[in-house]
Design a protein around this ligand. Structure first.
Ligand code: C2E
Ligand code: CA
Ligand code: CA
Ligand code: CA
Length: 279
C-alpha cells in the first residue's frame, strides 16, 4: 500500500510538471504571437429578431498558430489571464475591434455595433478606461456602438473596482452587456443597481429550449426580466429555426448563433453581409 501511494504521488508530480511545462510553453508562445501578429479577430453576426437584419457583431479572438493552426480562445485565454498577458492581448483586441468598426462605418455609412469580450482581470486594470476613452475619441462613430461584455459569474463576484470601472465606462458612452446570463446567481435587487444595458442569455438554455419546456420557460422569464429592467436582451447559440420562432414569440430583441452565421474572418463577414443584406 505504501508503495502504491508513492507511485501515485510520483505520477501526480510528473503530470503536474508536464502541465506546468505546457503552460510555460504556451505563455512563451503567446508572447511570440503578440510580437508576430498571430492573433486574428473573427466576427459573429447578431441580428434583430423581428426584422432579421444584422445589427452588430461579436469579436472573438483566434490564434493562427504556426504549427497547430487555428487555436480557439478556450485553449489560451485563461493562461493569458494567469500570466498577465491578458492586458496586452485585450488591448490588441480592443484596437483591432475599433478599427474594424471604424472601417465599416466609413464603408457602409451606418455604424455597426461591435461587442468585445473583456476579462475580469482587464476590468480591475486602470488602463482599461483610459484605452477605451482614447479609442472612442479616435473614431468617428457614436460610443454607444461599442458594447463591452462581462460574464455574469465575474460580475457577481466583483468588488468596488469592477463597479467603478463599469461606471466610468458608462460615462464614456459605451454600453455594457452581461454575458452568459443565467449561469451565475444574480438577484433581481442586484441587477437593478448594475450599470448594464444588455443581457445575453447563455446558450445552454437555448440548447434545451426546443425540447425542454423548463428551458423554454427560463428563456421566456429572462426576456421578461430584461424588459422589466429596461434592458435589451440577446439570445446566444441559436442553431435551429424552432429556437428563432420561440424568440420571436417571446419578444426577444436580438439573436446570435450558427443558424444565423458562424464567427467569420473579416473578409468572409463582408461577403456574408453582401450576400444576405445587399440587393
Ligand atoms: P462567449 O463570449 O460566450 O462567446 C460565444 C462562444 O460561443 C464563441 O466561442 C462562439 O464561437 C460560440 N458560438 C456562437 N454561436 C454558437 C452556436 O450556435 N452554437 C455553439 N455551440 N456555439 C456557438 P469561441 O469563439 O470559441 O469563444 C469562447 C470564449 O472565449 C468566449 O465565450 C469568450 O468568453 C472567450 N473569448 C473570445 N474572444 C475573446 C477575447 O477577445 N477576449 C476575451 N477576454 N475573451 C474572449
Ligand atoms: Ca461574449
Ligand atoms: Ca456567452
Ligand atoms: Ca462563455
Amino acid at each position: 500500500a505504501k508503495e502504491d501511494g508513492k507511485g501515485l504521488f510520483r505520477f501526480f508530480t510528473a503530470e503536474m510538471n508536464e502541465r506546468t511545462l505546457q503552460r510555460l510553453k504556451i505563455e512563451s508562445e503567446l508572447r511570440t504571437a503578440l510580437r508576430e501578429n498571430q492573433f486574428e479577430l473573427f466576427y459573429q453576426p447578431q441580428v434583430d429578431v423581428t426584422t432579421g437584419h444584422m445589427v452588430g457583431v461579436e469579436a472573438l479572438i483566434r490564434w493562427n498558430h504556426p504549427e497547430r493552426g487555428l487555436v480557439f480562445p478556450d485553449a489560451f485565454i485563461s493562461i493569458a489571464e494567469e500570466c498577465g498577458l491578458i492586458a496586452p492581448i485585450g488591448a490588441w483586441v480592443m484596437t483591432q475591434a475599433f478599427e474594424t468598426a471604424s472601417r465599416w462605418y466609413k464603408r457602409e455609412g451606418n455604424p455597426l455595433t461591435m461587442s468585445i469580450n473583456i476579462s475580469p482581470r482587464q476590468f480591475i486594470d486602470e488602463s482599461l478606461v483610459f484605452t477605451v476613452s482614447k479609442l472612442i475619441n479616435s473614431v468617428g462613430f457614436p460610443a454607444d456602438r461599442i458594447v463591452l461584455e462581462i460574464t455574469e459569474g465575474h460580475l457577481m463576484g466583483s468588488g468596488h473596482d469592477t463597479l467603478a470601472a463599469l461606471r466610468s465606462l458608462k460615462l464614456l458612452g459605451v454600453r455594457i452587456a452581461i454575458d452568459d446570463f443565467g449561469t451565475g446567481y444574480s438577484s433581481l435587487a442586484y441587477l437593478r443597481h448594475l450599470p448594464v444595458d444588455i443581457i445575453k442569455i447563455d446558450r445552454q438554455f437555448l440548447n434545451g429550449a426546443a425540447t425542454n419546456p423548463i428551458d423554454a420557460n427560463i428563456v421566456s422569464a429572462i426576456i421578461d426580466l430584461s424588459h422589466a429592467l429596461n434592458l435589451e436582451v440577446l439570445a446566444e447559440g441559436i442553431e435551429h429555426l424552432s429556437q428563432m420562432e420561440l424568440l420571436r414569440l417571446k419578444g426577444c430583441d436580438q439573436a446570435q448563433g450558427y443558424l444565423i452565421g458562424k464567427p467569420m474572418a473579416l473578409p468572409d463577414l463582408l461577403c456574408w453581409y453582401q450576400t444576405f443584406f445587399k440587393n
